[in-house]
Design a protein around this ligand. Sequence first.
Ligand SMILES: Nc1nc2c(ncn2[C@@H]2O[C@H](COP(=O)(O)OP(=O)(O)OP(=O)(O)O)[C@@H](O)[C@H]2O)c(=O)[nH]1
Length: 413
Amino acid sequence: MDLLRFTTAGSVDDGKSTLIGRLLYDSKQVFADQLEQVEAASAALGDDGVNLALLTDGLRAEREQGITIDVAYRYFATPRRKFIIADTPGHEQYTRNMVTGASTSNLAVVLVDAQQGMTQQSRRHASIASLLGIPHVVVAVNKMDLVGYREDAFERIVHDFTAFAAKLETTDVTFIPISALHGDNVVTRSDAMPWYQGPSLLYHLETVHIASDRNLVDTRFPVQRVTRRRNPEYRGYAGTMAAGILRPGEDVVVLPSGFESTVEAIDTLEGEVDEAFPPMAVTVRLADDLDVGRGDMLARPRNRPEVTQELDAMVCWMSDRPLAARGMYALKHTTRDARAMITDVVYRLDVDTLHRDPEADRLAANDLGRVRLRTTTPLCVDPYDRNRSTGSFVLVDEQTDSTVGAGMILDRG
Ligand SMILES: Nc1nc2c(ncn2[C@@H]2O[C@H](COP(=O)(O)OP(=O)(O)OP(=O)(O)O)[C@@H](O)[C@H]2O)c(=O)[nH]1
């Protein structure tokens, strides 16, 4: 069964918690003991019925105990699909959280309050979803009950959002009018909005076509480690397929060294396989005895990533200490660790207006901007819009060992 990863984005009080609670509750993913707790807490607050936001927040608190996490991953399944929700609490660090949660998402649900309409925050969330290359966006127009379930309220938001999204690269945008509180169009279709002919949110999540979002063209296999098992002659390269397809008998090039060989066999825990594709974890054996190690990448001789020490990237900055030219950081890209120096801050992007400020010489926490970097060792990279996995990296502060930036590599053309 396939898996859809999605993230939710909304401003404070748009109803994110209520929506997630509703999805879990109506698709019967809530355990009896959790439900009892929430019913008791709801009653204590004077709510009749179940306060769904409490349900989500309760699960959140449970997860957060003792560990600082910015993104809680929540799992649920229906007969059609498995789901992972990257639930991003906290309002201060929304850009950072959204970047963390969204970087592997297939889809983003952007909540817009039907009464308030498009806000600066909605524009920001749409911009970030687009920059992160999330292939599918759902605009869930929530609290339709507060506008009398009127079509014109919904249409106004569709119109405003579409006008703004025209400036973005996101192509697949679906609008769904919902009431998370009452459950309209969340799991089941609502009778309250006969003018809406589309699917419920859950049905859309179950059926949106994601198979072709994977890049099966550019073969990329970052080597995680060299394994020697079974016998002394056995030497395999273990890792996870980042893109493309790999089959025994095919020619490969090892980068950055440039040595070429042929795939002899592909092993998995279940035995040998005829082909490997993302996100399979496999061990590749080559016909020749080459010097291959962690951080190297296998690709096809005629379809290679760029091997470079100069990067142009959009960076989302997450640290209170600003990013500025000449800063040095540890850089993690696929399985390779390097060090990088910021050589230039090209511009800072205002995600509300999409205006570029070329005068900016630094990025503060939650800023996005274009920077140039030079790395100490060569990296095998693709543009992010071609391949999210070989096109992204993180920057780590070497003193505190904390992640301070997420980067998306741009095509320098
Ligand atoms: N009338 C109405 N109220 C709603 C709806 N959805 C949420 N609300 C209410 O809006 C308020 C905020 O909802 P939350 O789910 O806590 O929203 P949130 O702030 O986005 O959630 P988090 O930031 O994730 O904690 C609560 O009082 C909800 O009951 C809706 O569809 N209709």
